[in-house]
Design a protein around this ligand. Structure first.
Ligand code: GTP
Ligand code: MG
Length: 214
């Protein structure tokens, strides 16, 4: 096993332990993936606004705390990880960041680094992957970044208010998603107004109920 394989295996092992530990504590962990600027932070704000759980957010960024400050100002419990140029978060970083919270039963959302490549390859203890894309990203993204779409459990297509200004083709997009992923529901949302987020919250509530039943 070369050094990269070793790092990868260690990360996977730690993710498994973390995910089981969180499950025992009835804490659902959601890994939020998406390209830079697709609307991950704004979507999280809309989701958390109407979600009656204890909610926690880990903000992953290459540099800076702009998103963390936004969430803090809204009274959301949030902590920051700066990866300093690394293109994805890993399990040891999450284990460390979770120490910043006094966790109760509820949901931990982890906003991963904005890209559709590496974050899809590294588990970080999540039970659910939420992929946020936007009409402005283009409808070809499932074809170009298949792994992220394959791994997603729920897909948000954001910025529907901008649809008239783009050539986003919903049929082509859905075909691409379904080629990789037969089951993930696709929700069209507008994080600017909150439109469409009711259904996203319902999905999460139902998922949480199933998750805590087992
Ligand atoms: N018109 C419109 N703008 C949006 C919508 N959602 C987000 N935005 C804007 O798009 C920009 C990026 O949104 P963010 O939520 O910061 O995106 P992000 O994916 O968290 O970005 P990074 O953390 O930098 O990767 C901001 O200027 C938002 O105000 C939307 O539904 N419609
Ligand atoms: Mg963000």
């Amino acid at each position: 096993m070369d050094v990269y394989e070793k790092i990868y295996a260690k990360n996977e092992e730690m993710a498994k332990v973390l995910s089981e530990d969180l499950r025992d504590k009835k804490i659902l962990c959601v890994n939020v993936l998406g390209s830079p600027g697709a609307g991950k932070t704004k979507s999280l704000i809309q989701i958390i606004k109407g979600l009656e759980f204890e909610n926690y957010v880990i903000e992953g960024d290459i540099e800076g705390d702009i998103d963390t400050v936004k969430l803090q100002e809204l009274g959301i419990k949030v902590t920051q990880i700066d990866t300093h140029n690394a293109c994805h978060l890993d399990s040891p970083q999450i284990v460390d960041a979770l120490k910043d919270f006094e966790l109760e039963e509820g949901i931990v959302f982890i906003e991963n680094i904005g890209n559709l490549i590496c974050p899809a390859e590294f588990k970080i203890g999540e039970h659910l992957i939420m992929l946020v894309t936007a009409v402005t990203d283009g409808s070809d993204k499932p074809y170009k970044y298949p792994l992220a779409f394959q791994k997603a459990n729920i897909i948000l297509v954001n910025k529907t208010d901008l649809q008239p200004y783009t050539d986003f083709d919903a049929e082509f997009f859905t075909k691409g998603v379904r080629y990789n992923n037969k089951t993930a529901p696709i929700f069209y949302v507008n994080a600017k107004t909150g439109e469409g987020f009711e259904d996203v919250r319902s999905f999460l509530v139902d998922f949480y109920q199933e998750f805590t039943k087992e």
